[in-house]
Design a protein around this ligand. Structure first.
Ligand SMILES: Cc1cc2nc3c(=O)[nH]c(=O)nc-3n(C[C@H](O)[C@H](O)[C@H](O)COP(=O)(O)O)c2cc1C
Length: 180
């Protein structure tokens, strides 16, 4: 027996992988947004997609700068992940409030990466599409880096814990590595 789930809540039946923090910047403003809705799109060229509500400050900054950085947080900084996903950068400087450290990107011009995250993917925007109340940004990965010892063929989840969003205030994290 199954119970109906409202159409609005049905996206929660899908897992969207590990939570990311996307940094963006335009002119003198830099910002961080927490995102669950993201997807790899292509190996060659390496393309990924992120879906951001049109009303969010990050949407505006990324459209204007045409670049963004995907930063991979560990469970250790869950409180900062939730903060960056709860307040708007229009009102607060999230780098300042969270004490997350901005660092000059390796390839991008303005957008800083988050030094406290264990991985960073620097992306140029290659396409933007509107889907309902969100904008979907297709980014080409220009440069990527990961904390030494934590990533070989994949994240070594025996050494660290990625964050997964179940929806609303509910999270889970990566468990033991399973190799088949
Ligand atoms: C775990 C988590 C996942 C989220 N995923 C998304 C997402 O995929 N897309 C989105 O537009 N907002 C998402 N949000 C909401 C934004 O992060 C939040 O509204 C943020 O405050 C917007 O910031 P900004 O206005 O500074 O860009 C998420 C929030 C949390 C806590």
């Amino acid at each position: 027996m199954k119970a109906e789930i409202t159409r609005q809540r049905a996206t929660r039946l899908l897992s969207s992988g590990n939570v990311i923090m996307v940094s963006s910047a335009y002119k003198d403003r830099a910002n961080i947004i927490t995102l669950a809705w993201k997807t790899p799109l292509s190996h060659n060229p390496p393309l990924i997609g992120i879906s951001i509500a049109k009303t969010h400050f990050s949407c505006e900054l990324i459209e204007k700068s045409e670049e963004f950085i995907v930063n991979i947080p560990e469970l250790e900084i869950l409180d900062k992940v939730v903060f960056c996903g709860s307040v708007s950068g229009r009102q607060v400087d999230k780098f300042k409030e969270t004490k997350l450290n901005p660092l000059k990107a390796n390839r991008l011009i303005k957008t800083p990466l988050i030094a406290d995250c264990i991985g960073n993917l620097e992306c140029y925007v290659r396409d933007v599409r509107e889907f309902g109340d969100h904008k979907f940004f297709v980014g080409e990965i220009i440069y990527a880096q990961a904390e030494e010892g934590m990533f070989e063929q994949t994240w070594d989840v025996d050494k660290m814990r990625l964050i997964y969003h179940l929806g609303g205030a509910f999270f889970t994290s990566s468990g033991q590595m399973i190799r088949v």
